[in-house]
Design a protein around this ligand. Structure first.
Ligand code: PEP
Length: 244
């Protein structure tokens, strides 16, 4: 399995930011892991052009469940595919919170992504209150079950475990807490998808940075990272890529 370093630029970046991509590619022309950046939709096509002929893959941050139609402001998986994207993040906690996205909607988006030939990066994670209440595995198990499409395979699914309280906060779970969740996710996916589950990349996300990447990547069943803030700068994201 090739590990995956995925960056989520969120609502950041203009054309000038593509210089960071050029710098990243210059420093890491042949990384050992797969490298993915998910810029805002306005930059997908331009980043695809910058990445042409390099190992960098480009992804969207969200997609609509429909292919086309009267949905002002939305973008379909087919449109992202047409722009050159290979992946799309679905169910990020900021989408779940800001836009009220439910597990059922996230699953529908993941199905739409797979149907368009994109690989969905399905995000799940508990809130701090849920962790404090001892409900982490219950919450994660429910989200996983209801957000992942039936029939997913190693080639058509990536799952990102992102504790909501660790995103953009500089706080991370202990290594044991990450290990517990990732082992649980692998077991649940194996029960659901059979042998295919062994090859599904399980990413950890939440305040990953160069200083903690190596210890997080050494945890069993951590097959890469989904990186927010530290993906904006070539030097930081490059250091994380090198740690995988
Ligand atoms: C994210 O947005 O998915 C994320 C993990 O953000 P950060 O790395 O900034 O915590």
């Amino acid at each position: 399995m090739k590990k995956l370093a995925a960056g989520n630029w969120k609502m950041n970046g203009t054309a000038a930011s593509l210089s960071e991509v050029a710098a990243l590619l210059q420093a890491h022309p042949a990384p050992a892991c797969e490298m993915l950046l998910c810029p805002p939709a306005t930059l997908v096509a331009a980043m695809v052009a910058t990445a042409k002929g390099t190992p960098l893959q480009v992804g969207g941050q969200d997609c609509h469940v429909k292919t086309s139609g009267a949905h002002t402001g939305d973008i379909s998986a087919a449109m992202l595919k047409d722009a050159g994207a290979a992946y799309v993040i679905v169910g990020h906690s900021e989408r779940r919170t800001d836009h009220g996205e439910t597990d059922a909607l996230v699953q529908a988006k993941a199905i739409a992504a797979q149907g368009a030939g994109l690989i969905p990066v399905v995000c799940i994670g508990e809130t701090e209150a849920e962790r404090d209440a001892g409900a982490t595995l219950d919450v994660i198990g429910t989200q996983l079950h209801a957000s992942v499409p039936d029939g997913s395979t190693a080639a058509t699914l990536v799952v990102a475990y992102e504790p909501v309280w660790a995103i953009g906060t500089g706080r991370t779970p202990t290594l044991d807490q990450i290990a517990e969740v990732h082992a649980f996710l692998r077991a649940r996916l194996t029960a659901r998808l059979g042998a295919e589950a062994a090859g599904v990349r399980l990413l950890y996300g939440g305040s990953v940075k160069p200083s903690n990447a190596t210890e997080i990547f050494a945890i069993p069943h951590v097959d890469g990272a989904l990186v927010g803030g530290a993906s904006l700068k070539a030097a930081d994201f490059g250091a994380i890529v090198s740690a995988l």
